[in-house]
Every structure is written in structure tokens, then in C-alpha cells.
Design a protein around this ligand. Structure first.
Ligand code: AMP
Ligand code: ZN
Ligand code: FE
Ligand code: FE
Length: 279
């Protein structure tokens, strides 16, 4: 039995390693499986898949989407078919809206006297998905903040002075989009929903009726108690338990690839269960 990390970002969105570099790091770290889950894009998947084949590790093509209901959460899609026209077309629209949001956020930073422009943020990003971690990196490089976390806390987090919400799908649409592309819709880092146990369960049941298939039980920010709770919940609701580090590289330096739970990845058996649940 080997270990897997089923949540990681590349330069295709806001990670700092290219898909090939990420896969090589995974292999060098001793992982037997890896999912690439970039925000709002599937462009890194082809390169990552080829690199994984070469490195001899199991690869899960994934994506991470932002959902809005009364609250917010992230939806992972596992084993999606890259190049699926329905999914890729909708992602392109979401990225266009994201570009408008980024321009608005840079405008707010300028209003506060922070000298930063959109071109700098885009060149920090390098890829087609530009977001807040790139803004945080530029603010840090310019000396406005001592860390990317400080950039979020002071300027970029929801409720902070430069925050502008981004376009988000409803859970129903997001789940349907992932299913249509053959993937397993999975609620990411469930502690971020900030719901009481009963309310979380109610929501998960509602979304499961729409096609939700998995729950990210293992996540570095989950305590042991939370992990056990989510694992039991997943089993009870017949959702596939998953887990990942949410590795980003430089913009989230405290997170290490493959360190998901107690310093290790999750059993690759979960990867196989996800594959079996995919369309
Ligand atoms: P965006 O898609 O542009 O809204 O950026 C979302 C990403 O920013 C997330 O995936 C996290 O990596 C990071 N992020 C969001 N909120 C915070 C926060 N409060 N502190 C640190 N990083 C954050
Ligand atoms: Zn991210
Ligand atoms: Fe996320
Ligand atoms: Fe993520």
C-alpha cells in the first residue's frame, strides 16, 4: 500500500511549481498517487498526466471550483475528463469574470496607496488563472507585507479592505458540471463551511441528492477529532472519503506536499474508490 495526496495546485492556477515539477516532487517525496486540482482550469492536467506516467505514479485529473449558497465552499472534481467542452467552456467564462474581479481588487489596493498593477500580478501568475495568492506574492516582494499570510489578513481575505467577491457557481451547477465531465464532485476542506454538525449533514445530504460523491476528510488544518468525525460522516452518508495537503508552494509555504494527516499522505485505496465512483 502506498500514499497519495489528492489536493495540489500548479502554475496553471496559483501554485508555484509547474505540473511536471509538482509530479517530480511527488515522486521524490515517495508518493504513489497525486491529484492535480487547480482552481478554475484543467490546462495543467495533460502535462501532469504525462509526467506522472513517466514517474510511475498514479495520477488523478482534478479541478477546484468555488461555490456559493448561503455560505461558500470549494468543490473538488476528481477524474474529470480534461477537454470536456461543457466543463472547459464554463471554466473559461469563470476565468473572464475572475479577471474583472482582479482588476477591481488592484484598484482598491491603489486607492489605499499600494503601488501595484495588474500586469505585475499577471506576470507573477504566469498562467491563465490569476488570483489573490499572486497579489499576496507581489505585495510581499514589494515589502508592503512580511508574508503572504499578512497580505491576506490585512488586505485580501474576505472582509478585508481590498476584497472583492468572485463569480461563483451554485452547488447544484458545480456538482452537475463535474458529473457531466465524468468526475466525482467532492466537498473540499469541510471545516471552512463553518457549519454546525447537523446543518453540515443536512447540506451534504441535499448536495448528495444532486450528485455529490466525496468528502475531503483528511486535510492539514483538520484536527484528529475533526478527521475522525468527517470519516464517520462520509461513511454514514456513503461519500468517498478523500484527503490532500492543498499544496501551493511559495504562496503557502507552511504546507508540504504529501503531508496530509500526521505527516503522511492518505492510503491510495481512497484513490481507487474515487476512480470506481467516477463516470
Ligand atoms: P482566489 O481564488 O483568488 O479567491 O484565491 C483563493 C486562494 O487564496 C485559496 O485557494 C487559498 O490558497 C488562498 N487564501 C484564501 N483565503 C486565504 C486566507 N485567509 N489566508 C491565506 N490564504 C488564503
Ligand atoms: Zn489556491
Ligand atoms: Fe480550496
Ligand atoms: Fe486548493
Amino acid at each position: 500500500m502506498g500514499y497519495a495526496d489528492l489536493h495540489a495546485h500548479t502554475t496553471a492556477s496559483d501554485g508555484s511549481l509547474s505540473p511536471t515539477e509538482l509530479v517530480r516532487l511527488a515522486a521524490n517525496t515517495g508518493l504513489a498517487g497525486l491529484a492535480v486540482t487547480d482552481h478554475d482550469t484543467t490546462t495543467g492536467l495533460q502535462e501532469a498526466s504525462a509526467a506522472a506516467q513517466e514517474a510511475g505514479i498514479a495520477f488523478v485529473p482534478g479541478v477546484e471550483l468555488s461555490m456559493k449558497y448561503e455560505g461558500h465552499f470549494h468543490l473538488l472534481g476528481y477524474f474529470i475528463r480534461p477537454g470536456h467542452p461543457g466543463l472547459d467552456g464554463r471554466l473559461a467564462e469563470i476565468r473572464q469574470l475572475r479577471d474583472l474581479r482582479n482588476a477591481a481588487m488592484v484598484g482598491k489596493m491603489n486607492d489605499l496607496g499600494l503601488r501595484i498593477d495588474l500586469e505585475e500580478v499577471e506576470s507573477e501568475a504566469g498562467g491563465e488563472v490569476v488570483g489573490r495568492p499572486h497579489m499576496a506574492m507581489v505585495l510581499q516582494k514589494k515589502g508592503y507585507v512580511g508574508s503572504t499570510q499578512e497580505a491576506f489578513d490585512r488586505f485580501l481575505t474576505r472582509g478585508a479592505p481590498c476584497y472583492v467577491p468572485k463569480a461563483q457557481l451554485t452547488p447544484e451547477e458545480g456538482i452537475a458540471l463535474v458529473r457531466a465531465a465524468g468526475g466525482v464532485p467532492t466537498v473540499a476542506h469541510p471545516f471552512t463551511l463553518h457549519l454546525e454538525d447537523a446543518e453540515l449533514e443536512r447540506r451534504l445530504l441535499e448536495w448528495r441528492d444532486h450528485g455529490l460523491g466525496g468528502l475531503e476528510c483528511y486535510y492539514p488544518a483538520h484536527s484528529v477529532e475533526q478527521t475522525v468525525y468527517y470519516l464517520r460522516l462520509a461513511e454514514r452518508l456513503r461519500l468517498v472519503p478523500t484527503g490532500g495537503s492543498d499544496f501551493h508552494g511559495a504562496s503557502k509555504p507552511q504546507v508540504r506536499l504529501g503531508c496530509v494527516y500526521q505527516g503522511q499522505g492518505i492510503p491510495t485505496e481512497m484513490l481507487n474508490r474515487l476512480r470506481a465512483a467516477a463516470g
